[in-house]
Design a protein around this ligand. Structure first.
Ligand code: HEM
Length: 230
């Protein structure tokens, strides 16, 4: 589809709409006074949930592309990752500007005192590094080290899950507290990381290939009159 002289694929449109609609909804809820009784907390939590969602989506691109052959995901991985950073930036901005009025002494104290904030801060630092070096210039300059650097996402994602679980006052190890959603993310992140391990990747790919060839041969059998050429 052509928009303002640029052609967008269907996936690109879904990605951009998927990122902007929830944010516009927050702005709409803000101006229509339909946020919760604690609007700052509401926005902070919603942007936090959007950030983890986009982070997980960016983590899913490579395994889904290599196992299911959906190659376009590789091209869109950077955009999805940058949206994850944008959501995290908004989330952290809420904390820094609205929660703590830019008071760095109090902010640093909070980061040191509360474990869950510390996990969030480390993850945000990592995401900032990834976003800043996501440009072609850095890819060319850092060469092999660029790939190595971008592997820190495998550490960032679990740290964000821990941040989420602790923010909900839950414990992922003892399965206590409000941890259903953090637990779902923990399972998904673990699965996405496992999908990158070669034997697991090959096993899943072989299942997928068998499944698709089974469907193709079944479809061919259901069309008995069709002539084969060549
Ligand atoms: C300096 C970095 C960060 C700070 C200071 C921070 C701060 C906070 C705070 C204060 C809360 C609790 C909000 C509340 O319930 O009152 C929270 C929750 C949360 N944060 Fe962060 N955060 C940081 C980084 C991140 C990052 C990088 C992500 C994701 C990529 C993230 C995702 C979340 C999520 C999912 C929640 C739970 C939202 C909910 O309660 O539903 N945070 N964060």
């Amino acid at each position: 589809m052509k928009i303002l002289g640029r052609t967008f694929t269907r996936l690109e449109i879904v990605i951009h709409l998927g990122a902007w609609i929830p944010l516009l909804l927050i702005v709409f809820n803000f101006f229509s006074g339909s946020l919760t009784v604690n609007p700052i907390q509401d926005i902070e939590q919603r942007t936090g949930r959007l950030a983890i969602l986009w982070l997980v989506l960016s983590l899913a691109c490579t395994p889904l592309a290599s196992i299911f052959g959906w190659k376009e995901l590789i091209k869109r991985r950077r955009t999805i990752g940058l949206y994850a950073f944008m959501m995290a930036f908004l989330h952290v901005s809420m904390f820094v500007f609205l929660d703590f009025g830019f008071n760095w002494t109090l902010i640093i104290q909070e980061v040191i005192e509360k474990n869950f904030i510390l996990f969030g801060a480390i993850s945000f630092f990592g995401l900032t590094l990834l976003a800043a070096t996501s440009f072609k210039y850095w890819q060319k300059t850092l060469k092999k080290n660029w790939k190595r650097l971008h592997r820190i996402v495998y550490v960032i994602a679990p740290l964000v899950v821990i941040h989420y679980a602790l923010a909900k006052k839950g414990n992922l190890l003892t399965l206590q507290g409000d941890i259903l959603r953090p637990l779902i993310y923990a399972v998904v992140v673990t699965f996405l990381l496992l999908m990158r391990v070669k034997p697991v990747k090959l096993w899943l790919k072989s299942i997928w290939d068998r499944l698709t060839s089974g469907v193709t041969s079944l479809a061919a059998r259901l069309r008995p009159g069709e002539e084969t050429t060549g």
